[in-house]
Write a protein of this length. Sequence first.
Length: 117
Amino acid sequence: MDFTVEFYETKTGQCPVREFLNTLKASDPGDFAAVVAGLAKLKHRRSHREPLSKALGNGLFELRHVGKLNTRVFWFFMKGRRIIAVHGIRHKGQAIPARDLETARKRMRDWLERKTG
């Protein structure tokens, strides 16, 4: 059975990952295509490990793409074979900025509080 990939939405209906992908599509169509292909691969369990994905701890994972810049989409698992994508970034270094990890974890907590009670 396949997994489904969903995007986190704020209480006001904003979708940060979709906005990130739209910006990426406009600025770097090649990396955009690679990231979208990576998200599609997450539907299959074999793609839930390196080199495509990496566990970051406490239930958070990253989808990884190395292009002109490192592109990451942070996500977590939910019951029912669901993957929730919560945050996307591009950066030059290997280390993920602490503020971006905190943003991803904050969105994960928000989603869990609102959707699972």
